[in-house]
Design a protein around this ligand. Structure first.
Ligand SMILES: Cc1ncc(COP(=O)(O)O)c(C=O)c1O
Length: 391
C-alpha cells in the first residue's frame, strides 16, 4: 500500500461516515463466516423488483436504449411521474418541472449545491437522514440541527423553525415520512412551516421519499400547499428499486435552468436502462403489487412494534409510515452503539444506533428496519428476548 501522505480537501474534514454501513459490513462479514444474521440495519425493501419493471428493462436492453438521455431524463418518464401526481394526489404537475436524477441522493446534493453558499445554514431535524448534513457540508454550509421530540412526532413545527432560524439560515429541509422515525407531518403543520419559511424568503426542501408507505393516515404532498417547495422523491422505497439508482424532484420552473447547468456537468444524464425500466413502475400490475407490499409492511409493523415494547423498548407511538422503528433503549442500556454491537454479536440481529441520525438523545435510541419477512422478524424478537433476558 502506498505510504504517500496525500492532502485531501478540507470539505471532507467535517463529513461523517454513514454508520449503518459499518453495521452492514460487519453483518456481511459474520454471514460470510456462516452466522445467520437478521438484517434490520439497512433501509431497503427485501422484495425483488416488480416483474413489469424487469420486463421494461429487458426490452430497453434489447432495443439498445443504452445511450445518454437528456439530463432531466426521458420525456416519457417525466410525463409518467407527472401523471402519477394526478392519480395519487389529484395534482396537476407540469412534466417540465420533473427532474429525474441518479437516486434521490443526487437530487438532495443538487438542491444543496443550488442554494448554499459557504457559511449559509440549513435547518435539519435531529434525528434525521444522516447524509443531508453532509450534503450541506459539501456545499460549504452549516447543518443547523433542530432537536425534535416524540410529542411532535419527531418533526419540525413552525415554532421550532422560528426558534432555530438564525441570521445565516437560508432554509429548511423536512422529510415526511421521516427516516429514522417513520413519522409524518400533517398538512396543517406543513402549511405553517411553509408560511414561516416564505416570510423569511427561505427555501423549503421536502423529502417525500417514503410516500406510498403510509399506513393508517392519509398522505399529502407539500405540492398541495405550494408550488414553491423543492420536492424530492425516489424509485428506491415504495417501488423497491434501490439498486437502480433513480430518483426525481419537482422544482419551481425558474430553477430549471440553474439545475440543468449542474445535471449536465455533474453526471450528464441519469442511467438510461433504469429510466426505461421505471416506466414499468406505473403499470397497473406494479401499483397493485406495491399496494400489496405496503399492506405487508403494515402487517410487519403491527406485529413488530408491540413485540419490541414487550421487550422493554420505548416507542411512544406507532410510526405512521416508512419501514422504521425508532426505539428508546433507556430501560435496556445506556449506549446505543455498544448495544447495537452487542445485539449483532450476541443475538445475530443487525440494527443501527441513533448516533447515525444526529446527536439529540442519540445514545438512547436505535433504529430497526422491518423490511425482513415476518418469520425473520419473529426470529429477531426471539433472539433479542434471549439476550436481554440473560443479561
Ligand atoms: C430520507 C431519505 N432521503 C433520501 C434517501 C436516499 O435514497 P436514494 O438515493 O436511494 O433515492 C434515503 C435513503 O435511505 C432516505 O432515507
Amino acid at each position: 500500500m502506498s505510504k504517500k501522505k496525500r492532502k485531501y480537501a478540507n470539505r471532507l474534514k467535517n463529513m461523517t461516515s454513514f454508520k449503518v454501513v459499518d453495521f452492514l459490513e460487519a453483518a456481511v462479514a459474520m454471514e460470510a463466516k456462516g452466522h445467520d444474521i437478521v438484517r434490520m440495519e439497512a433501509g431497503e425493501p427485501s422484495f425483488p423488483t416488480a416483474p413489469a419493471i424487469v420486463s421494461a428493462a429487458a426490452r430497453a436492453l434489447k432495443e439498445e436504449k443504452t445511450h445518454y438521455t437528456p439530463s432531466f431524463g426521458i420525456t416519457e418518464l417525466r410525463e409518467a411521474i407527472a401523471g402519477f401526481y394526478m392519480t395519487r394526489y389529484g395534482l396537476d404537475v407540469a412534466p417540465e418541472r420533473v427532474v429525474v436524477t441518479t437516486g434521490s441522493s443526487a437530487a438532495l446534493g443538487l438542491i444543496c449545491d443550488l442554494f448554499i453558499n459557504p457559511g449559509d445554514g440549513l435547518l435539519l431535524t435531529d434525528p434525521g437522514y444522516p447524509c443531508n448534513a453532509n450534503f450541506v457540508r459539501r456545499a460549504g454550509g452549516e447543518p443547523q440541527l433542530v432537536p425534535v421530540y416524540a410529542d411532535n412526532a419527531y418533526q419540525l413545527t413552525a415554532e421550532l423553525v422560528e426558534q432555530y432560524w438564525q441570521s445565516n439560515t437560508i432554509g429548511v429541509m423536512i422529510a415526511s415520512p421521516s427516516n429514522p422515525t417513520g413519522e409524518i407531518i400533517d398538512l396543517e403543520n406543513q402549511r405553517a412551516i411553509n408560511e414561516v419559511v416564505s416570510q423569511r424568503d427561505g427555501v423549503l426542501i421536502m423529502d417525500e421519499l417514503y410516500h406510498g408507505l403510509v399506513y393508517d393516515k392519509s398522505e399529502t404532498s407539500i405540492l398541495e400547499i405550494t408550488d414553491d417547495a423543492f420536492v424530492i422523491n425516489s424509485f428506491s422505497k415504495y417501488f423497491g428499486m434501490t439498486g437502480w439508482r433513480l430518483g426525481w424532484m419537482i422544482v419551481p420552473e425558474d430553477a430549471l435552468v440553474p439545475i440543468s447547468v449542474m445535471t449536465q456537468n455533474f453526471y450528464i444524464s441519469p442511467p438510461s436502462i433504469a429510466q426505461y425500466a421505471a416506466l414499468g413502475a406505473f403499470e397497473d400490475s406494479t401499483i397493485e403489487l406495491m399496494e400489496a407490499r405496503r399492506e405487508e409492511f403494515q402487517r410487519r409493523r403491527d406485529f413488530f412494534v408491540p413485540a419490541l415494547r414487550e421487550l422493554g423498548f420505548i416507542i411512544p407511538h406507532m410510526p405512521a409510515g416508512a419501514f422504521y422503528v425508532y426505539a428508546n433503549i433507556e430501560n435496556l442500556a445506556d449506549d446505543s452503539e455498544a448495544f447495537c454491537w452487542q445485539m449483532l454479536e450476541r443475538a445475530g440481529v443487525a440494527i443501527t444506533p441513533g448516533t447515525d441520525f444526529g446527536e439529540y438523545l442519540a445514545r438512547q435510541h436505535v433504529r430497526f428496519s422491518y423490511t425482513q419477512p415476518m418469520e425473520r422478524l419473529e426470529l429477531a424478537v426471539e433472539r433479542l428476548a434471549n439476550v436481554l433476558d440473560g443479561r
